[in-house]
Ligand binder design. Sequence first.
Ligand code: NFE
Ligand code: MG
Length: 573
Amino acid sequence: MAERIVVDPVTRIEGHLRIEVDVDEKGIIQDAFSSGTAVRGIELIVRDRDPRDVWAYVQRICGVCTTTHALASIRSVEDALEIKIPKNAHLIRNIMNGAVFLHDHVVHFYHLHAFDWVDVLSALKADPNETSRIAQSISDWPKSSPGYFKEIQTKIKKVVESGQLGIFANGYWGHKAYKLPPEVNLLAVAHYLEALDWQKEIVKIHTIFGGKNPHPHYVVGGMATPIDINSDNAVHAERLMHVSQIIDEAMEFVHKVYIPDLLAIASYYKDWTYGGGLNNYLCYGDFSTGDISDVKLYRFPRGAILNGNFHEVLDVDLKDPEQVKEFIDHSWYTYNGKEGSIGKHPWGGETSLRYTGPKPPFKTLNTDEKYSWIKSPRWKEHPMETGPLARMLVGYALKREEFVRLIDDTLKKLNWPFEAMQSALGRTIARGLESILVVQWMRDDMDALLANIKNGDLITFDRTKWEPETWPKKAKGVGWVEAPRGSLGHWIEIEDGKTKNYQAVVPTTWNASPRDHKNQIGAYEASLKGTPLLDKEKPLEILRIIHSFDPCLACAVHLTDVVSKQTTNIYIG
Ligand code: NFE
Ligand code: MG
């Protein structure tokens, strides 16, 4: 007889996610259900608004991937109106998106995900001399003396002795699934604290190019970033040098802290290969070396992989009405007033809310019916995983040299077969590896920007098609972005200068989606199946797998449930 275990809310993520799993008598997960438990409806509030303003509304979908929705939005309007942006604007947008990647990936690794692998309390037992020796053997990062680690240990001790664990409260400390020696746990906690400091630096790139963070400024047609190297009132030489320096420091942090820690931790967990899942991967692609409309020039190449067939990468077309479609058979929405659906491409898509779930307090969701505020996006009717693992595997399957080298080197270091990449740990490693790529692209694009400016090109905005009188009566466009958590698309329909319909299909919508019209499960759900839980009261393995996707439910369901405000509640039902 299967038992239903509920984790709600999943913490150390953005937004409200509930996971229900059925486990057999041996504690192995037989079935899983992912539910977004809040709904927001931002797609509805942009209707009838000026398409040039929409980015500023939809950017508020999320404060984590804080620029991605603005970027997807302006790209959708530019696509609809056939606006080409100046080279400087493209480079600045790339650098800003790169900054989001690095910020999100480092924060995810150290602050949202690490404690699924790292036991803070064990760090108290560490010998700081040995931590220092390990640190120096994997990196020449300067903060690595025995005294430094002793200091960190004393800090943790004080927190623990105070009885108020603060940021370290509610962990499953002492759980048998933790495998790191105390010394490596201490190293990871030290870098948890260092990464907290570091993450506030990288976002300064947004404040320089976009005026602020979170939610920097954009403009349809380019960037609202006046550049004049001799002016005090524009982005000038000193500020450009500041961005350049932040990129160099980020490069160092990635290579000397993030990656060595990632591989050191992974080496203790390499036998824990659960959490793979669908084996279907989707990447829209981004970071073009030229124009965004030229897919051939994307540094994250576009493509789809089905059933783990890495010999064939399938073409993806976001404008084809048969490719990306959202289904609502198990989501609290209706299409044309009906509960079931045939699936809608986002042009002509619909956001009509209808909650048909159990009323709180309830023990479990009715997972045979509708059970989530997340829709089920499907590519050619297949559920897909998107995100770092998908990007790295699509690049690998296309035999892009830098992807192959990074993955093969890592597999060699870990003595892992390629298939092992298709796991929670593989996903976490892929996130680190793509950070190596992204920070280099930031460096390259910053160099290109500086060279362009030096050549006298200071243009960041093209106003040719700014006035609505220049627009066709009807137009539709799609803007895509590779966001930290995966492929993001915004689809807009413009009529008479206004936004007629707007649909966002977001990375976490893909990954956290519930079942669809064919009862096919989503990526989170698939990734949990078959995983053994060592302790059903403390389902650390569920957190480990779900966190490996870096969930963002604010994005996925784009209102908050004002009736019930539940705190952490994990029970066996
Ligand atoms: Ni709210 Fe987001 C990213 C987008 S969501 S974090 O990355 O787009 O999945
Ligand atoms: Mg949507």
